[in-house]
Write a protein that binds this ligand. Structure first.
Ligand code: ADP
Length: 544
């Protein structure tokens, strides 16, 4: 083959921040700080401080491949860490503070972190864990002082006096830039090591759909999805690349705080998991309006329930984009991008597509297979295990051969652990997680679809469906629901409500009401906890 004659410049994360500072230097970044105030500066300031941080890290002896950890909310200092660390060839390890204590200790040890940067909020947590963390680990508290953390440095002292300019080094684009650990519902968390190349290509993928999700210089984006959760869906890179205004919420993620921030800062595009939007919607309902300027909400991480999509779009005029992805894939895989044909459909029909997880992002391919590993048609009917491959998809877990050995099929595609169908338009519909699907007499029942239908009931605020053991069918669905405030209903009434919405043999054998449902470190319903809690639950039908 004839080689082309173009320069072979490596794809570097530092190019994003340099570009943003030059081209969008005056664009604003607003951050709610743990100090309680609202901080404002620009992309030019961000680039300058990332450079100062890079110099400071080098002084601390941080260099090629060293892992540097963060325990922080969404704010400008966390963004500086994203760029300062990877820019010098070190690896940014964002730790999810909602992991169990022993998991935090595990990931710090497994990643062999050298320095931990933490928000003042997390000083008590670190003090508690300290005796279990490596003695050599250094601590930097993100602020003006160390908040009583022995031996720690204050971030602002670290940066002070460092030059605000840097000649970012250029190196192999396949160099590791960041690491995220899955929340590890079973076993230890597993690490996914991103490269500069995968990160840039993933950002370009988001740029291909920029106007649909509000990634433009006239938009103000609110990343509610944390910077400590799978690269905040790629936003820390895609926002500077496209020059959006950034509004970061800090630690306050309740509906009222989000509403006020969005309203005052005129946020146009907000990104987060469904649980967060439950809170915001409650506040929108209470005030009878949406935050001023709110145009589009990006919902992902777990399935966006149909009533939530309807309420945003019909009651408040906020466009919904629903997305799917996973830590192992940078993380975005699909988004409900539309087009002339689908946009021309009546609202209700168009909305139906949004209950699915959307179409693949550029750079990511999807396939569904049967139990023998043979490809299934994209006809919207056939469903099977979902596999992916692409620029942003990992090729193995970090220092974990055991998990890596079973993560791929013979063609090298990544097994997602999800069961899905794909329709003729290329829309993906997640049926369930492989381990959550209910296997009733050899047939599969989708816990996700059942939950979606049950959420249509006005008295149900949140619910989960899990498999309960059944002597005849093996497993049968058990619906566990949290009621909306002041509402009542009964198991019989809920079953009657579902009767014309799902197949008769899908109807849950029992409905249980609880005060609270357990969530994972990433805000998803923890079915593992529920299965454990209800392991001795006897279905009324099991006695027959
Ligand atoms: P963790 O496993 O640490 O919570 P991930 O973000 O990697 O974090 O989880 C990825 C999984 O989340 C997917 O494999 C899928 O099961 C689920 N998921 C993500 N987005 C959606 C969505 N829109 N609808 C249904 N499931 C989703």
């Amino acid at each position: 083959m004839q080689q082309g004659q173009m320069m072979d410049r490596p794809l570097m994360i530092s190019d994003i921040i340099t570009y943003a500072a030059e081209i969008r230097g005056d664009q604003e970044i607003v951050s709610v700080r743990v100090e309680g105030d609202r901080h404002r500066y620009t992309y030019a300031d961000l680039a300058g401080r990332a450079a100062q941080l890079a110099h400071a890290l080098r002084k601390l002896g941080i260099g090629d491949g060293d892992r540097v950890a963060t325990l922080a909310w969404n704010g400008y200092r966390h963004l500086e860490l994203y760029y300062g660390i990877s820019g010098i060839g070190a690896v940014c390890h964002t730790i999810n503070p909602r992991l169990f204590a022993e998991q935090i200790v595990y990931v710090v040890g497994h990643a062999e972190d050298k320095v931990l940067f933490l928000d003042a909020t997390f000083v008590p947590l670190v003090q508690k864990l300290r005796e279990h963390l490596p003695a050599s680990l250094r601590y930097v508290v993100l602020g003006d002082d160390t908040h009583g953390l022995d031996g720690a440095l204050a971030y602002e002292d670290l940066l002070a006096g460092q030059p605000a300019a840097i000649d970012w080094p250029s190196f192999d684009e396949k160099t590791a830039s960041g690491i995220c650990y899955t929340s590890g519902t079973t076993g230890h968390p597993k690490g996914v090591l991103y490269t500069h190349r995968s990160t840039l290509l993933h950002s370009y993928g988001l740029m291909a759909i920029a106007t649909e999700v509000g990634l433009t210089p006239t938009d103000s984006i609110l990343p509610v999805v944390p910077l400590f959760h799978v690269n905040a869906w790629g936003l820390p890179y895609a926002m500077p690349l496209t020059g959006t205004r950034i509004v970061m919420p800090g630690p306050k993620l309740d509906g009222e705080s989000l509403f006020t921030l969005m309203d005052e800062e005129k946020v146009t595009s907000a990104w987060g998991v469904p649980t967060v939007w439950l809170g915001l919607l409650a506040e929108m309902r209470r005030q009878g309006r949406k935050p001023d300027g709110f145009d589009v909400v990006i919902i992902g991480g777990s399935a966006a329930p149909e009533p939530m999509i309807r309420e945003f779009e019909v009651d408040f005029g906020v466009r919904v984009v629903h997305g799917w992805g996973m830590t192992e894939m940078s993380p975005v895989g699909t988004l409900t991008t539309m087009g002339p044909t689908l946009n021309a459909l009546p609202d209700k029909e168009r909305r139906r597509f949004k209950t699915g997880q959307g179409r693949r992002m550029f750079g990511c391919e999807l396939k569904i297979v049967d139990e023998a590993g043979d490809r299934l048609p994209h006809d919207g009917e056939a469903f099977g295990e979902l596999l992916v491959r692409g620029h942003g998809v990992m090729n193995g877990y970090f220092a974990n051969e055991e998990a890596s050995a079973v993560a791929f099929d013979a063609e090298g595609w990544l097994r997602t652990g999800d069961v899905a169908k794909i329709d003729a338009y290329g829309f993906l519909y997640i049926v369930d997680r492989t381990k959550d699907v209910i296997k009733s007499g050899g047939e599969w029942i989708s816990s996700l679809d059942l939950e979606g239908a049950a959420l249509g009931h006005p008295a149900i605020a949140e619910c989960a469906v899990i498999a309960a053991p059944h002597p005849k069918w093996g497993e049968r669905p058990l619906l566990i629901a949290r009621l909306a405030e002041g509402q009542t209903t009964s198991p019989g009434e809920v079953r009657a409500f579902l009767a014309d919405k799902v197949a008769k043999w899908w109807l849950p054998d029992d409905v249980v009401f609880v005060d609270d449902l357990p969530h994972t470190a990433t805000g998803k319903l923890s079915k593992l906890t529920l299965r454990e809690r209800f392991k001795d639950h006897v279905l009324p039908t099991a006695a027959d």
